[in-house]
Design a protein. Structure first.
Length: 349
């Protein structure tokens, strides 16, 4: 009898231990078989099984860097529908400022600019040597020069030396519109230049008086190369309109020559009349500085330039102070200066 009870007692202990060690939901599942999951359906023959769904398409890879987005549709503007501009003046006359401000005003005179500049850059240069000059007295016996006058003429005199600092500001949300063409300018970047002759890396105490209005960058959008491929060859672009308006206001730019094109076709010529080549755009400059010169000789110069791939264009008004800054940056950087490249119509390094 004892031998029969021992196995039963051991069995009860094992069941009790299992009931204590297992989670409640597992134990409940053992005593309530109606909650067990239903049996799996019988596997259908291979011929009756539904076809497997097609694999999900792989995500499209991101565009490669530098790939231009699809061109937006641009309305065609025929030459006879373009605005008519006034006749160009015979000689170039420089703009005296922009937006109600004249060149040379201090930064403090601008009350609506943002508190923090968009960009501040500086450069130092020894300067550019001026050509020797000699002034002598003219008398009855001819021109007579003293020893002092000769020695003074041999002294090297430098221009544009010292530190040059450029800071750029904008007025949030401010834009303009060209009066005749209607092309929108946005954003407008105001430029301020400061220059002092020193070799010490110290900001002078009168920096606020030295920091003066020296230029402005007017940015606008025009048709990109991709957009122009879907338009007739004689389409008048925003760039063409801005160029025509600048000419009507300030005169023709340096080296400007309007060229026409004559196409001779045979009677049976069924080829496309439009040239396969993309349109070419030039960088136009009004009163630029001579090559490798320190600055322009005018009160202000104008540059019109474009990036054809992006359709982003700029009109740059620049005083001699801005040219001197660009010269200093160009001659103190191995990679050159992009502002100098635009002002001198050169390719960036």
């Amino acid at each position: 009898m004892t031998g029969v009870l021992l196995p039963r007692l051991c069995t009860c202990l094992v069941v009790s231990l299992l009931a204590i060690s297992l989670p409640a939901e597992v134990v409940t599942a053992q005593v309530r078989p109606e909650q067990r999951p239903p049996p799996l359906p019988k596997r259908k023959p291979k011929s009756e099984q539904p076809a497997a769904p097609p694999p999900a398409p792989a995500p499209s890879p991101p565009p490669a860097p530098g790939t231009a987005p699809a061109a937006d549709e641009v309305a065609y503007l025929a030459p006879d529908k373009a605005p008519v501009f006034a006749k160009a003046p015979g000689r170039y006359h420089a703009p005296d400022g922009f937006g109600g401000h004249t060149w040379g005003q201090t930064r403090a005179a601008f009350t609506r600019l943002s508190d923090q500049p968009l960009m501040v850059r500086a450069a130092w240069t020894r300067g550019v040597a001026r050509q020797p000059e000699m002034y002598c007295m003219t008398g009855a016996t001819g021109t007579v020069c003293t020893v002092d006058q000769v020695l003074n003429a041999l002294v090297t005199r430098l221009e544009g030396g010292g530190f040059h600092v450029l800071s750029e500001y904008r007025i949030d949300g401010q834009g303009f519109r060209f009066k005749e063409s209607g092309v929108v300018i946005f954003p407008v970047i105001y430029q301020f230049c400061a220059n002092w002759d020193s070799t010490k890396k110290e900001v002078p105490t009168d920096f606020a008086q030295l920091n003066r209005f020296c230029g402005v960058r007017l940015l606008f959008d025009t048709e990109s190369t991709e957009q122009l491929r879907g338009l007739p060859a004689d389409h008048v672009t925003h760039y063409d309109l801005v160029l025509a308006e600048l000419i009507s206001q300030y005169g023709k730019p340096s080296g400007f020559l309007k060229r026409g094109r004559v196409t001779i076709e045979t009677e049976n010529d069924q080829s496309d009349k439009r040239s396969e080549e993309d349109r070419k755009f030039s960088t136009w400059r009004w009163c630029p500085a001579a090559d490798r010169a320190l600055a322009t000789s005018c009160d202000a110069s104008i540059v019109l330039s474009i990036d054809p791939d992006s359709g982003r264009a700029v009109v740059l008004y620049s005083t001699p102070a801005l040219w001197e800054y660009a010269y200093a940056r160009q001659n103190n950087n191995e990679d050159g200066d992009p502002l100098y490249a635009v002002m001198h119509a050169r390719k960036s390094r």
